[in-house]
Design a protein around this ligand. Structure first.
Ligand code: IVH
Length: 675
């Protein structure tokens, strides 16, 4: 008795939970207006799962917990469509749409035709059968007459209702529509696949098709699939037009594309096509055109069919976003910051509405991952206004052995060495000060306020000076004469005088300013200061090895490798020499001459300190100490802050001297350093 009372209570709750879950599903997938956060939805679903586990007799096939069914299948059964799934006639040009419109007007003997205009979704066609309001089968299109039974897979797609909402639906209802993969889901899926070294999906359409063909529904359930309904197989219990039918389907719980409109005449159709074409890239899912359907069923029936396509509908395609062409060569371009980008030279191909001859290949890692080689047949993709890219190579079409592409070791613009920092995707030219591709950028940076602060030397003037051939490195600035400057556009005698004065004034920078102004990668003002303080002179810095560079506070291995690569360049050294020859005299940041109190000592910082750790490190380094990360027999002192852990223990074990932060401050006082 107690058991059955508990069970009937559970049954009532299960019923309520299903109602709530179905309602939230409807808000989310059909109205696109969720009422509760995902976490709340998950809680309801979890509660229902728990209840059903406790009372298995309460489980029903249409329960939202029953989307992912049991065991993998051996294959798919064949299903014969009660009503064939037809195809659509295609048009690519507006002239073909005009022909279609004319035929429709002639057939109906009128010229005020109303159409339902819809996005043509780029996914997989599906037919869903509902009996007594419950989903019983889902079949692919196949050859239009017979498709495959993919019910177990389609049940896992939450946008597909397992049970119809509301009332008034016929006993047997067959709804047709498109299963698709939203772009965001596609991208997330592929990012994860790459992280796990798994094969990524080629594009959202293939992703949708492949997901439906999984033999294990558990796999399909993991794919980000969605659904839009666009028609029915029969018209029982339905309104008398396409547009109103879709509205009714929405009421019964089917997601219907929100972009569908009623339009009138040829003009209405073409305007819809143009408008959606412009917004195509921002839709969140792929479409390959629009579909015009004569809206009134009575009119559709008059027009009828020709072969396998209705006379009352037309697919007006957009230019394809992907096309195949031959990759002729891979060239390398140098950007204004020195980044080397491989550029694909292509046999011209019409894609995404324009003729494409060049496309990006991003970087060398991407080329290797996609295994794209000059001579390959490749798929070029251009979506919206996005820069065309080589999406993939068709390896099956390789006729001969093709050589792999390699990044050049020297810059194609200036011949300087190319560096590739480990862990970074990009290769870069190290000749920033002389490379024609980068020269404007590097001179502009040199002149900025935080760098050499050359007043009056703005971007436009730099451009003119370079374009007129008056300067080709920063050192040339100091050889400009009055007449040369005054002869430039928008410059006069007075502004030439002012610029010469500003240049003169900039000839005695502190060493750190100069280092910053040189535009070495990853060397900002703070790092420039640390380098200048540590080495004292340019000469010392020029001789520093990569290893010595890492001893500088806030210089890690990556920064050290950039600095070392920069100074290893003969070209860059020449520019520095030329600056000196032009009379530039850089000043040491602080006099580091003589002995430092902590010379030869190695310190380790641990625990939390009241001052920023870099500050403590900088101070110690400026006093001559080396600061390292781990305690060893070579450690001289461990500075232990609050809650110091294993490093402190190790120091104690090894008998290394440990001082507290208070003691450290006392020591700083003694050194005359106040914080
Ligand atoms: S109506 C008789 N409407 O396009 C009309 N089809 O060749 C049958 N498609 O693979 C289709 N979006 O899956 C229709 N809004 C839409 C569509 C659409 C995409 C696909 C359909 C089929 C192909 C028709």
């Amino acid at each position: 008795m107690g058991q059955s009372r508990a069970q009937s209570k559970a049954q009532a709750r299960a019923h309520e939970l299903r109602r709530l879950i179905e309602f939230h599903n409807y808000r989310y997938y059909v109205l696109d207006d969720p009422e509760v956060p995902d976490a709340e939805y998950d809680r309801l679903l979890h509660e229902l799962e728990t209840l059903e586990k406790e009372f298995p007799v309460l489980v029903t096939p249409e329960s939202p917990t029953q989307r992912v069914g049991g065991t993998p299948m051996d294959g798919f059964d064949e299903i014969r469509h009660r009503v064939p799934m037809l195809s659509l006639a295609n048009a690519f040009e507006s002239g073909e749409v005009a022909d279609f419109h004319r035929r429709v007007c002639e057939g109906l003997e009128r010229d005020d035709i109303v159409f339902a205009a819809e996005p043509k979704l780029d996914g997989v066609a599906i037919s869903l059968t509902y009996r007594s309001g419950l989903l019983t089968t889902a079949a692919t299109r196949g050859d239009g007459e017979r498709g495959e039974d993919v019910t177990s897979n389609v049940r896992t797609i939450r946008a597909v209702p397992l049970k119809l909402r509301g009332d008034g639906w016929p006993e047997l209802l067959e709804v047709r529509g498109e299963i698709y993969m939203p772009r965001a889901g596609f991208e997330t899926f592929n990012r994860r696949a790459l992280e796990r070294d798994e094969k990524p999906l080629v594009n959202p359409r293939n992703g949708a098709a492949g997901s439906l063909r999984q033999l294990d529904p558990q796999m399909t359930a993991k794919r980000p699939l969605a659904f839009f309904a666009y028609s029915t197989a029969t018209r029982d219990h339905l309104p008398d037009s396409q547009f109103d039918t879709l509205t009714r389907l929405r009421e019964w719980g089917f997601p219907v594309n929100p972009e569908i409109r009623r339009v009138t005449g040829l003009e209405g159709c073409l305007q819809y096509h143009a408008d959606l074409g412009e917004r195509r890239a921002g839709l969140g899912y792929d479409i390959d055109g629009v579909v015009y359907k004569v809206d009134a069923f009575k009119q559709q029936d008059i027009l009828g069919f020709v072969s396998r396509a209705p006379r009352w509908a037309l697919a007006h395609k957009f230019p394809a976003e992907e096309e195949i062409t031959r990759l002729l060569a891979i060239d390398v371009q140098v950007g204004r910051t020195g980044a080397l980008t491989p550029v694909a030279r292509l046999e011209p191909v019409f894609v995404g509405g324009v003729t494409v001859t060049n496309a990006t290949l991003h970087n060398q890692g991407e080329i290797r991952r996609k295994d794209v080689r000059p001579g390959d047949w490749v798929v070029v993709r251009r979506a919206g206004d996005v820069i065309p890219e080589v999406a993939r190579a068709l390896h099956g079409r390789r006729e001969t052995e093709l050589a792999e592409f390699r990044m050049p070791l020297s810059c194609p613009e200036c011949g300087s060495a190319v560096e590739r920092v480990e862990g970074e995707a990009v290769s870069r030219c190290t000749g920033g000060l002389i490379c024609p591709a980068q020269i404007k950028h590097s001179i502009r940076h040199f002149a900025t306020r935080k760098a050499m602060d050359i007043e009056g030397l703005g971007d436009k003037l730099v451009d003119q000076l370079v374009e007129q051939g008056l300067i080709s490195t920063v050192a040339d600035l100091y050889h400009l004469d009055h007449d040369q400057i005054a002869s430039l556009a928008r410059m006069g005698g007075k502004s030439a005088e002012n610029l010469l004065l500003a240049l003169q004034k900039s000839k005695q920078p502190s060493l750190d300013r100069l280092l910053y102004a040189l535009g070495i990668r990853e060397v900002g003002e703070v790092t420039a200061h640390s380098l200048a303080a540590h080495f004292g002179t340019m000469e010392a810095l020029l001789q520093a090895s990569e290893e010595t560079l890492t001893e500088v506070s806030d210089v890690g291995p990556i920064v050290a490798s950039h600095v070392a690569a920069f100074f290893a360049q003969e070209n860059n050294r020449q520019v520095i020499q030329a600056l000196k020859d032009a009379g530039m005299d850089w000043q040491p940041v602080e006099d580091l001459g003589g002995e430092q109190p902590l010379d030869g000592e190695t310190w380790v910082l641990t625990g939390s300190l009241s001052m920023p750790r870099v500050q403590a490190k900088n101070i110690l380094v400026s006093l001559g100490a080396k600061v390292t990360g781990s305690v060893s027999g070579k450690t001289s002192v461990v500075l232990a802050g609050e809650a110091a852990g294993s490093k402190l223990k190790k120091a104690e074990k090894l008998g290394v001297r440990v001082i507290s932060e208070d003691e450290f401050h006392e020591f700083l006082d003694e050194q005359g350093i106040s914080l």
